[in-house]
Design a protein around this ligand. Structure first.
Ligand SMILES: Cc1ncc(COP(=O)(O)O)c(C=O)c1O
Length: 252
């Protein structure tokens, strides 16, 4: 594959620039619910422009809806796939974020006409998913447990997101600003000083704290340093403040 990266702004992937950079691309890989890793949602006009491009060029759109269920502001957004009149979207989702990663279970929704081809390729190349795991997850969904689980987790994570943001901001306000996006499972701490985010996450790791450097997620030089930190296991504002103080220490 020859991969072309596309800039992202507050409305998600800048579709026009993508089309300009690679008008004849065979496929576009997108995370419309929450762009990975910036967390912004793809705006409706851009969704339409992307679908239009794919229809005209007979290109595929691979929609990776890896955490669309975790939206804390308003209702979950409909998938890009739901606007797909021409059958150009391959919709993929995973149970890694909404149940747990060790399940190793994901799914792909393809246009009716492609099902046979995908089944063949999957049989030849795919590692397969155990029937037992699939049956258990199916029952879990059918009997309503999954929907209830998602509702509970959305509420819990929504609260933790607020507490984590408040706690980290109160300690780190001088050094970072936090991008609060509508969904996802991590916060983006933008560093106010021009310092290396890679070095900072390396130092955090030495202190037993896990974060990721935004620089490792982009090939753009104008994005600025930032660290990605998960908030879903932070149970109180005090815990967030304690973590903030540890980050502050490694920043020194
Ligand atoms: C962008 C993106 N897509 C998909 C996934 C899910 O990957 P998997 O189902 O292999 O755990 C993740 C998990 O972190 C992700 O960040």
């Amino acid at each position: 594959m020859s991969v072309v990266s596309v800039p992202v702004d507050q409305e998600g992937m800048v579709t026009d620039l993508g089309v300009k950079a690679a008008p004849r691309a065979r496929a576009a890989v997108v995370t419309p619910a929450h762009q990975s890793p910036l967390g912004v949602s793809l705006a409706l006009p851009r969704r339409m422009a992307l679908l239009d491009w794919a229809a005209k060029n007979k290109a595929w759109i691979l929609e990776d809806d890896y955490d669309g269920e975790y939206r804390y502001v308003g209702r979950p957004l409909p998938a890009l796939k739901s606007l797909d009149r021409e059958g150009r979207v391959l919709y993929s989702g995973t149970f890694s974020k909404v149940l747990f990663p060790a399940l190793r279970l994901a799914y792909l929704v393809v246009p009716e006409t492609e099902v046979e081809r995908f089944e063949e390729v999957n049989q030849a190349w795919g590692p397969g998913s155990p029937q037992l795991t699939q049956t258990i997850v199916t029952t879990f969904i059918k009997e309503g447990y999954f929907a209830r689980h998602i509702q509970r987790m959305r509420k819990l994570y929504g609260e933790r997101r607020e507490l984590a943001t408040a706690g980290l901001t109160s300690v780190l306000n001088k050094h970072v600003s936090i991008d609060l996006q509508p969904g996802g499972m991590h916060l983006i701490l933008r560093l106010k000083a021009q310092r290396s985010d890679r070095r900072l996450v390396a130092r955090m790791l030495e202190d037993g704290l896990y974060g990721e450097a935004l620089s490792d997620w982009t090939d753009r030089s104008d994005e600025g340093p930032a660290i990605l930190v998960n908030f879903t296991n932070i149970g109180s504002q005090r815990a967030a403040e304690a973590l903030g103080r540890r980050i502050l220490k490694v920043m020194a």
